[in-house]
Design a protein. Structure first.
Length: 59
């Protein structure tokens, strides 16, 4: 089997699959971080709007 290259090809396939899984895992973590950052920005904007509204009504 080693002479046919099947073992080497299987090793390369396993390595490629592991790399793909690692990439997907990292991308998922990055997306969660981006999502958390965007939510934080929206919360900050909402607080700012809530603070401005009472001041706006005085004018």
């Amino acid at each position: 089997m080693e002479q046919t290259g099947v073992i080497q090809e299987a090793k390369e396939f396993a390595k490629s699959a592991k790399n793909m899984m690692d990439l997907i895992g990292n991308t998922g973590q990055d997306l969660r971080e981006v999502n958390a950052a965007v939510k934080s920005v929206f919360r900050s904007v909402q607080v700012l709007v809530d603070d401005i509204r009472p001041a706006e009504s005085r004018y």
